[in-house]
Design a protein around this ligand. Structure first.
Ligand SMILES: [Zn+2]
Length: 414
C-alpha cells in the first residue's frame, strides 16, 4: 500500500500491546508493580523481545540490560534514529508511564512494515533499564551510563533496599548483554510519554509538543547523630538524626509553598532512619528531596535554600550532615529542529496541540546531552501518575502516535 502523508498507525493494535503489558507484574487493581530487574521485568522484556523479532527487528542487549530492536535502513552506514522509553514501573505504578513510549516505537515499526516502507536511516527502538529508580537509585541510570554520565561498574554495584546488587540481578534475569553500553553516532532521539500532569487533560488538548523541562535540582543527604535512650537523655544532649531529616524535609516542603504561586515545586521523597525504633534516638537518616521551577534563576535560588535548610536542620537536631549526591536536570535541552518537526506534524495533521514543559525526569534528558532529542506528551486522566489509578483511553494516543510516526519517518528519510 505504500507510505504516504496520510498513513496512520493501527491504534487498536497499539492498545492490544498495552493490554498485554498490563497483564505482567500487576500491582494494585488497575496498576503495575513491575520493578526493574525483577521476575516480572524479565517477563515483559521477553515479551518485548518477541514482539521485536516478530516485527523483523534484530535485537541486541547491552551490558546495562538496555534492549535495542533495530530496523535496517536503505543505508545502514548512516546514524540511526532512536525511539525509546521504559518498561519498568514504580511500586504503585500505572500501565502507561514509559510503557506507552516503548510500545509506540513498536507500533511505528509495525506500521512501516504494513506500508512496506524502508527508511533511509535505520530506526532503533529502545527499552531503557531502571528509568524509575524505584528499586535502584538513581533513576534513569541506564540511559545515563549510555551517554557517559555514569560508569558501568559503578552502576553494576548499586544496591537496592532489598539488598540486591544491580549487576547480579541483570545476570539473574539473563539481561546482562555483551554490547558495550556506550552511545555511538545517533541522528536523533524521540520519546513519547504520557504527560504525567493535568494540563493537556484540563485543556482538552490531544497532544503536547515538549519544549524542555523545568530546571530541577535534587539532593540525597545523610544526617548523622548518636543513638541514646529516649527517656533520660536531656534535650540538649540529643543527636537524633530522624529529627534532623524530618526538619529538613518539612523545610523543603515549605520552600515549595513559598514559590508555588509561580508553579515552583519542592518534594521530600525519602526518609530512611536507623534504627527507627521506639525507645532509641536514631543514629542516621538518609533523605532525598528536590526542587523545580519553570524559571532557571528561581530554581537555583530554591536549590540554594534547600541546601542551607539541610545545614540548619542538622544544627537544630545536634547532628552532622553529609551531602551524598546532588543532581540537576531540565532546562531548554531539546533540539529546536526536532521540536519544529514535531510541531509541524501537529499542525499538518490538524490536532489540538500546545507547547508544554516537562516537569518529570525522563531518559530523554540524558539523550539530549548526546544527540538532537524531542519528546511528545499524550494526555492522561487528571494528570494522575505513579499511581495505579493512572488512566488513558486509546484515543489519548492517536495524535501522539501519528505525529511520532511522521516526524520519525521525515527525519529518517533525510
Ligand atoms: Zn516514565
Amino acid at each position: 500500500m505504500g507510505f504516504s502523508a496520510e498513513t496512520r498507525v493501527d491504534l487498536a493494535r497499539f492498545w492490544s500491546t498495552i493490554e498485554r503489558s498490563a497483564d505482567i507484574g500487576q500491582g494494585r487493581p488497575g496498576g503495575l508493580a513491575r520493578l526493574t530487574l525483577t521476575d516480572s521485568d524479565k517477563e515483559i522484556r521477553d515479551q518485548f523481545v518477541a514482539w521485536c523479532q516478530d516485527a523483523g527487528l534484530s535485537v541486541e542487549i547491552d551490558e546495562m540490560g538496555n534492549i535495542f530492536g533495530r530496523r535496517s535502513g536503505l543505508d545502514d552506514s548512516l546514524a540511526p534514529i532512536l525511539i525509546g522509553s521504559h518498561l519498568d514501573t514504580q511500586i504503585n505504578g500505572g500501565r502507561f508511564d514509559g510503557i506507552a513510549g516503548v510500545l509506540a516505537g513498536l507500533e511505528l515499526v509495525r506500521s512501516l512494515n504494513d506500508a512496506g516502507h524502508v527508511t533511509r536511516r535505520p530506526i532503533v527502538i529502545v527499552d531503557w533499564t531502571n528509568e524509575e529508580g524505584a528499586r535502584f537509585s538513581p533513576p534513569m541510570v541506564a540511559s545515563g551510563v549510555f551517554v557517559g554520565s555514569y560508569g558501568v561498574d559503578w552502576a553494576h554495584d548499586l544496591i537496592a533496599d532489598d539488598g540486591a546488587r544491580f549487576g547480579s540481578e541483570l545476570e539473574r534475569i539473563g539481561y546482562r548483554g555483551d554490547l558495550p553500553c556506550k552511545a555511538g553516532d545517533i541522528d536523533a532521539y524521540f520519546e513519547l510519554h504520557i504527560e504525567q500532569g493535568p494540563i493537556l487533560d484540563a485543556e482538552g488538548r490531544e497532544v503536547g509538543v515538549v519544549t524542555g523541562g523545568y530546571p530541577s535540582y535534587g539532593m540525597r543527604v545523610m544526617f548523622k547523630g548518636k543513638t541514646a535512650h529516649t527517656g533520660p537523655t536531656p534535650m540538649d544532649l540529643r543527636h537524633n538524626a530522624l529529627i534532623a531529616g524530618a526538619r529538613w524535609l518539612t523545610a523543603v516542603d515549605d520552600i515549595g509553598w513559598e514559590f508555588a504561586v509561580h508553579d515552583g515545586k519542592a518534594t521530600g521523597s525519602r526518609l530512611a532512619a536507623w534504627p527507627n525504633k521506639p525507645g532509641i534516638l536514631s543514629e542516621s537518616a538518609q533523605c532525598v528531596a528536590d526542587v523545580r521551577h519553570p524559571d532557571p534563576i528561581t530554581a537555583r535560588v530554591m536549590a540554594e535554600k534547600m541546601r542551607r535548610a539541610a545545614q540548619s536542620a542538622a544544627a537544630m537536631a545536634g547532628c552532622e550532615v553529609e551531602v551524598e549526591d546532588e543532581w540537576t536536570w531540565g532546562g531548554d535541552i531539546f533540539d529546536a529542529d526536532l521540536i519544529g518537526l514535531v510541531r509541524d506534524e501537529a499542525v499538518r495533521q490538524g490536532w489540538n496541540w500546545r507547547d508544554i514543559q516537562s516537569q518529570a525526569g525522563h531518559d530523554a534528558y540524558h539523550m539530549a546531552t548526546h544527540c538532537p532529542t524531542a519528546m511528545i506528551f499524550t494526555p492522561c486522566k487528571g494528570g494522575i501518575t505513579h499511581n495505579s489509578e493512572e488512566n488513558c483511553d486509546p484515543e489519548d494516543f492517536r495524535a501522539g502516535l501519528n505525529m511520532l510516526l511522521h516526524a520519525v519517518v521525515r527525519r529518517a528519510d533525510r
